[in-house]
Design a protein around this ligand. Structure first.
Ligand SMILES: [Zn+2]
Length: 274
């Protein structure tokens, strides 16, 4: 059963879509604020995203990163409205040539959508309000969040999603993600606009909780590793048995990946408090 739900938070509107109704990891919120649409939803939900896009005029489409749930309809929106997506430089290249999607993700989101995006302008505004692009790799090498300082709002892409992360994709890199979270925490904001979780109040402290949880997990994993405990057993002890998603994705999105990446965290990071 597919998901289709409209959201409103002050002057922000959102549309949650998804082919598979299995919670926040299998559905996606396309946000609109003033003259701007932020990310596009996946290609297999175009029939729902299209009327949402057509429902009122807009002037700008900002992308956070290339992943298929975020960028899938960028090309289709461009063709429909003439509005060329704006994206981080790395994203532009990936969307030009396309990218491979593991089978389980393809089932959930559909194929990738090619797009001809243009670089982010020097001065970004959303509805006339100054907006800062924060380059935040780790989840994806091209990921960028958008901070609206005056409102204290952060379009957080996939930086947050949950404060207790249990699974990691094989293309994610935890040490880089931790650097990006620390960098983001050095800015002021209080609301996260997460395209999976929705509007998250007290977003700064929620993101801090995620950081502390991951640092703590990394410390425990490294403690067990130094006692000679094997990766599979460390995973078992700290996160429990691998679930259906881990096995169905052939460990592409798994607890084991998270623990393996925990072992790469360098602990001087703990000293660099945000
Ligand atoms: Zn992503």
């Amino acid at each position: 059963m597919s998901v289709m739900q409209r959201y409103q938070h002050k002057d922000l509107v959102g549309l949650r879509v998804g082919r598979v109704n299995l919670g926040i990891n299998t559905s996606f919120i396309v946000y609109r604020l003033g003259d701007t649409v932020i990310d596009t939803g996946p290609t297999n939900q175009w029939k729902y995203v299209k009327p949402f896009i057509e429902s009122s005029p807009f002037e700008q489409l900002l992308l956070t990163h290339h992943h298929e749930d975020h960028s899938g309809n960028a090309g289709a929106i461009h063709r429909l409205t003439g509005i060329q997506p704006k994206a981080p430089t790395l994203t532009i290249d990936i969307l030009k040539r396309g990218f491979k999607i593991p089978p389980m993700q393809k089932f959930i989101w559909g194929r990738c959508g090619l797009a001809d995006a243009q670089p982010l302008p020097e001065d970004i505004t959303i509805g006339g309000e100054q907006t800062q692009a924060l380059f935040t790799p780790g989840h994806a090498k091209d990921m960028t969040c958008y901070l609206m300082k005056e409102r204290g709002w952060l379009f957080s892409a996939d930086l947050y999603i949950a404060n207790r992360l249990k699974l990691l994709r094989s293309d994610e890199h935890l040490p880089t993600l931790l650097d990006s979270i620390r960098f983001t925490l050095s800015h002021d904001f209080d609301t996260l606009l997460c395209p999976h979780r929705g509007v998250v109040e007290n977003g700064h402290s929620k993101l801090r909780e995620k950081y502390d949880y991951l640092m703590n997990l990394a410390e425990q994993a490294q403690g067990l590793n130094s006692q000679g405990v094997e990766l599979k057993e460390i995973t078992n002890r700290l996160l429990g048995k691998e679930g259906a998603i881990g096995i169905l994705s052939r460990y592409n999105f798994s607890k084991r990946n998270l623990i393996a990446s925990c072992l790469e965290v360098e602990f001087d990071q703990r000293l660099q408090k945000a």
